[in-house]
Design a protein around this ligand. Structure first.
Ligand SMILES: NC(=[NH2+])NCCC[C@H](N)C(=O)O
Ligand SMILES: [Mn+2]
Ligand SMILES: [Mn+2]
Length: 301
C-alpha cells in the first residue's frame, strides 16, 4: 500500500496550562527540521501551517475551575475541523503542539473517521483530571478524561456529541505523576497503564509488544499516538512545562517508536508540550523530530 501523505497541523496554544512559551512549540519543531526529516524517509508531506489562536488576555481564574476555557474550546474546535478534513482526504494527521489540551481537538477530529480508535498516551502524567479533581485548573491535565466523556460539557461535546474514545481502547505509557482523582478513575475504569515501574521491570520492548497486542486484541481500526515530550526523562527533554524526573530514556523512546512503525498500527500522531523558552538550544524539539523519524520509518541501517 502506498503511504499516506502526512498533513502537519501546528497548534500554537499555551492556554491549557500556566507557563508561557509552549505556543512556540510548532515553530521549534519545524525549525528542528520535521518536514525535511520525513521527506528524507520518502514521505509526501504537506505543512498546513498553524491553527489561528487569537491573542487573548490569559484568564487564570475561572468560576468553573477551568482556566481559559473559551479560548481552549475555540482553538480545539478549529483543530478538530482540520484533523477531520485531513482524515477525509486520506491523509495522516501529524499535529504539533502546543500544550496537551489540544488532544481534545485532535481526538474530536478523528471521531468521524474511526469507529473503534485506539489511543497510546505517552506521558509522565495520565491527564485524566476533571475540574473537580484537578490540582491546577489547567486543561492540559484533563484531555484523556474529556475524550472518554468526563468533564465540562463544552469540552466533552466539542465538535460532536459525547465521548470520542472507548475507555478500553486507551493505553498509557510512562506514567509517574498521577493525582489522587486520576488514580481513582483509572482504578474504576480499569484503564491500561504501563507506569515507569513496568518499564523498569519488564523493559520497553516487552511493554510495547504487550501494548500493541492489547490494542490489536481490541480490534481497533486505527491508533492515535499522543506523545507528551515530558514522558521522556527531563535529561533528554528539558523544554517542557511540567517535568518529572525518573522518565523514559532516549533509547527506550526510539525503540517504542520503531516498534510502533513495525506494527503498522499508527494512523495519526501528535507531539505536544515542547516549550522552547524552557529548553536548552532546542534540544527537546530535536528529540521530538528524531522520534518522528523513528515513528515514520527511519532505520539505523
Ligand atoms: N499534559 C501535561 N503536561 N499535563 C500535566 C498535568 C499536571 C497535573 N496532573 C494537573 O492536572 O495539573
Ligand atoms: Mn505530561
Ligand atoms: Mn500530557
Amino acid at each position: 500500500m502506498e503511504k499516506a501523505t502526512i498533513s502537519i497541523i501546528g497548534v500554537p496554544l499555551d492556554l491549557g496550562q500556566s507557563r508561557r512559551g509552549v505556543n512556540m512549540g510548532p515553530s521549534a519543531i519545524r525549525y528542528a527540521g520535521a518536514v525535511a526529516r520525513l521527506e528524507a524517509i520518502g514521505h509526501n508531506v504537506i505543512d498546513e501551517g498553524d491553527i489561528l489562536v487569537d491573542a487573548v488576555e490569559r484568564i487564570e481564574s475561572s468560576d468553573v475551575g477551568l482556566k481559559n476555557l473559551n479560548e481552549v474550546i475555540k482553538a480545539n474546535t478549529k483543530l478538530a475541523e482540520q484533523v477531520e478534513a485531513a482524515v477525509t482526504d486520506g491523509k495522516f494527521p501529524l499535529v504539533l503542539g502546543g500544550d496537551h489540551s489540544i488532544a481534545i481537538g485532535t481526538l474530536a477530529g478523528l471521531k468521524k473517521g474511526y469507529n473503534n480508535l485506539g489511543v497510546i498516551w505517552y506521558d509522565a502524567h495520565t491527564d485524566m483530571n476533571t475540574a473537580e479533581t484537578s490540582p491546577s485548573g489547567n486543561i492540559h491535565g484533563m484531555p484523556l478524561a474529556v475524550c472518554i466523556g468526563l468533564g465540562h460539557d463544552s469540552l466533552v461535546n466539542l465538535h460532536s456529541e459525547g465521548p470520542k474514545v472507548k475507555t478500553e481502547n486507551i493505553v498509557i505509557i510512562g506514567a509517574r505523576s498521577v493525582d489522587p482523582g486520576e488514580r481513582a478513575l483509572i482504578e474504576e475504569k480499569g484503564i491500561k497503564v504501563y507506569t515507569m515501574h513496568e518499564i523498569d521491570r519488564y523493559g520497553m520492548s516487552y511493554v510495547m509488544e504487550d501494548a500493541i497486542a492489547y490494542l490489536q486484541s481490541r480490534e481497533v481500526d486505527g491508533v492515535h499516538l499522543s506523545l507528551d515530550l515530558d514522558g521522556l526523562d527531563p535529561l533528554y527533554t528539558p523544554g517542557v512545562g511540567t517535568p518529572v524526573p525518573g522518565g523514559i530514556s532516549y533509547r527506550e523512546s526510539h525503540l517504542a517508536m520503531e516498534m510502533l512503525e513495525d506494527s503498522g498500527i499508527i494512523t495519526s500522531a501528535e507531539f505536544v508540550e515542547v516549550n522552547p523558552i524552557l529548553d536548552e538550544k532546542n534540544k527537546t524539539a530535536d528529540v521530538a523530530v528524531g522520534l518522528m523519524g523513528s515513528l515514520f520509518g527511519e532505520k539505523l541501517i
